[in-house]
Design a protein around this ligand. Sequence first.
Ligand SMILES: [Zn+2]
Length: 79
Amino acid sequence: MISMHVQTRINDYLDRTLPPDERKAVEQHLTTCSTCTKEVDSIRTIIVKLHCLPKTLQPPPDLLTGIEAKLVATLLPRQ
Ligand SMILES: [Zn+2]
């Protein structure tokens, strides 16, 4: 079997949604192709960074209170 580049299947491969035989084919291709291996590595890096994001994007604890206060001030009729 001639192995083809697996770029189109890398996402499914990393999501583990590929059927086992295709997964095997991708893994086999990765052992011989540095282009696709680099692609997998860069996507993996992005995924890892995405998983780290929520920790750095924690809103300040008083954010909701501030929004509530603004909402109340906007919604309540001014006298
Ligand atoms: Zn390749």
